[in-house]
Design a protein around this ligand. Structure first.
Ligand SMILES: Cc1ncc(C[n+]2csc(CCOP(=O)(O)OP(=O)(O)O)c2C)c(N)n1
Length: 610
């Protein structure tokens, strides 16, 4: 199973009753797999894709208040969106078991940063669990609900891409018996209403819970201290890095020669176990990805305990990106003062191959390409400097050549806020470029701000009618629910008009009809104030996967082609390439038949194949 499928299985075995999330790599398949399981079991879990992570978190919390085992699913940056609720929710704790999945992404495989969400545990006094492999991830998350109910505490399960997206064997377990439960709001309003007078009381309770969990962390079932008699060196690690440590010790012949402390709960720390390790070794190496989260505490604890011990970590491992077996072996051998036997021969990989690197590009037939291309065309014609305040989605790839129509991208929904700021100072059209899912997630507030303050910006909603970047999840604009059933479709234009954008300042165009898109942009830049263009065309890949129709590709009329290269150098669809003879040719396997290239060719040399 995929790691995320294993986690979903754990949720099912734990009898989760309510699950809400917002897609985000590497967390997404957890919800998708759970939805599959749920279909099979008569939809007994109440599930939804929420509009954003804060809403998802609040849904799970509300369900927990009703005694339900509840789950909120998101990627690491999603926790930032949920943080306002999260930071107070830990005061009240859980009624029904509550687990938040934070899927972190060291190395920014699919993210705008690689923030280390273990600090959220420290910040909110929320216990954080980690697992070393898929089996343990399934077992840990299942156990997390018992834990949450025992301590009335929220739990954060923190994973990383290497766990979410790894594949491995899984031994399934029985579903837990939670008896006959009744579900309803528990009526404990003083606990859940964080007026200052109540918040002060809940804060004291949070600290009491935290102390109890700190104590218990020494007995946490997935934490293990292995003291090797006579060993002078100890290692503390957790999560996937612990698996690298295991492999490294095996490869270096150090198995059974080093004492190890593996943390299943990385916050709070098992102080008694750590002190016991300190008493048995002279030197401790902390092996962890990203920040020195464990290392800093380990040093503090050693200082407080008066332990005469050397503790190292980040001096031997990078603070950025992922670890792997090679870097773990390098760090351990350096710390141990031994030669690295793998320096010249490479570390045995167990047979995996790295995928060939490919430049990130918009897909062939992507409807975003034509809109971005149209904006650049109008910019050139207008001889004014456009600013393209971008957002997060497939269209962010418009940053790259040849389109180069993205100037900023910081977090979901930021395009409109940033444009509101830039528009106050830039003398020329300022575009906020935002996808449909992102608009619903957190773009709406920026638009309301633009209307309220009459900011001079053009919001370009790139509506491909799906959350494409994370793998085609539905959203309010599609009206399809996670179960595949129909909900209510909310067209973005309804929100745009509801926010107060005038009808004359709203254009709705078909992204693949270039003249239509171009005309709307020209009209929009001639006006002032908040304007919105909705450029709409279904995502080509999603459409193909739904209709299962083989698209009719385009072909080149060699007689007419002048080899001007506009289609390759300016438009940049990967389905158009150069033959060995230097002529433009169509890769029919790739062409999605969008036909936009037909309208960009100045000599009419591209046509639909018969
Ligand atoms: C807070 C947060 N949640 C989730 C993500 C993951 N994510 C990246 S892009 C994206 C949505 C893209 O959908 P849309 O705006 O419709 O654009 P498309 O990819 O379809 O072009 C998501 C959910 C993220 N980067 N940040």
């Amino acid at each position: 199973m995929l790691g995320n499928e294993g986690i979903a299985r754990g949720l099912y075995e734990a009898r989760v009753k309510v699950a809400a999330g917002y897609p985000g790599t590497p967390s997404t398949e957890t919800m998708e797999a759970l939805a599959e399981i749920n279909k099979f079991h008569g939809q007994e879990i109440k599930m939804e894709w929420s509009t954003n992570e804060m809403v998802a978190f609040e849904i799970a919390l509300g369900a927990s208040m009703c005694n339900a085992r509840s789950f909120a699913c998101m990627k690491h940056v999603g926790v930032n969106v949920a943080a306002d609720a999260f930071m107070t929710a830990t005061y009240g704790g859980s009624h029904g078991g509550f687990v938040l999945l934070s899927a972190d992404d060291p190395a920014c495989h699919s993210s705008q940063n690689e923030q280390d969400n273990r600090y959220y545990g420290l910040h909110a006094l929320c216990p954080v669990f980690e697992a070393i492999n898929i089996q343990e991830a399934k077992d840990t998350i299942k156990y997390a609900f018992d834990f949450s109910e025992k301590f009335h505490s929220l739990v954060m399960m923190r994973t990383t891409t290497r766990l979410n997206h790894a594949r491995g064997d899984l031994v399934l377990g029985e579903r837990v018996d939670i008896g006959e439960r009744s579900y309803d709001f528990d009526g404990d309003s003083a606990r859940w209403t964080f007026l200052p007078s109540n918040a002060r009381i809940q804060r004291a309770k949070l600290l009491e819970r935290y102390d109890a969990i700190r104590e218990f962390s020494n007995d946490f079932p997935f934490t293990r201290l292995d003291i090797v008699d006579g060993a002078k060196m100890g290692i503390i690690s957790s999560g996937v890095p612990y698996s690298y440590v295991n492999d490294a010790l095996h490869n270096l012949g150090l198995e059974g020669k080093v004492s190890t402390l593996k943390l299943g709960m990385v916050f709070p720390f098992p102080e008694e176990l750590m002190k016991r390790l300190y008493q048995n070794v002279d030197r401790v190496l902390v092996v962890e990805e990203l920040d020195p989260f464990i290392e800093d505490f380990a040093k503090k604890l050693a200082y407080e305990a008066g332990a005469r011990i050397e503790i190292e970590g980040k001096r031997f491992f990078s603070r950025k990106g992922e670890l792997d077996l090679t870097s773990t072996i390098a760090g351990i051998t350096k710390f141990a003062g031994m030669a690295n036997p793998f320096v010249n021969i490479g570390v045995p990989t167990g047979g995996y191959h790295k995928a060939s690197p490919r430049p990130p590009v918009l897909c062939p037939g992507c409807s975003h390409r034509s809109t971005l291309y149209a904006m650049r065309l109008v910019e050139q014609k207008s001889k004014r400097k456009f600013v393209y305040s971008g957002d997060i989605g497939c269209y962010t790839l418009g940053f790259y050549k040849p389109t180069e129509a993205i100037d900023t991208c910081i977090c979901m929904g930021a395009s409109i806020g940033l444009a509101n700021g830039i528009g106050k100072l830039h003398d020329g059209p300022v575009f906020a470029i935002i996808g449909d899912s992102t608009f619903f997630h957190s773009g709406v507030q920026g638009l309301i701000d633009a209307v309220y303050n009459q900011n001079d910006i053009i919001v370009m909603i790139l509506d491909n009618s799906v959350t494409a970047m994370t793998g085609f999840q539905p959203h309010p604009g599609t009206g399809i629910k996670i179960s595949g059933e129909r909900g209510t479709r909310i067209p973005p234009e309804q929100i745009v008009l509801g926010a107060g954008v005038k009808e004359d300042d709203l254009w709705i165009v078909d992204s693949n009809k270039l003249p239509e898109v171009t005309m709307a942009i020209e009209e929009a830049i001639a006006k002032k104030g908040p304007r919105v263009i909705i450029s709409r065309h279904p995502c080509a890949l999603h459409e193909a996967s739904v209709t299962k129709m083989k698209p009719v590709p385009v072909c080149i009329d060699k007689e007419k082609c002048t080899n001007c290269m506009i289609c390759i150098k300016s438009f940049g669809c990967p389905a158009l390439t150069l033959s060995e003879e230097g002529e433009v040719v169509v890769n029919e396997m790739q062409c999605n038949g969008c036909e936009v290239c037909i309208s960009i060719c100045p000599s009419g040399a591209i046509k639909k194949k018969d």
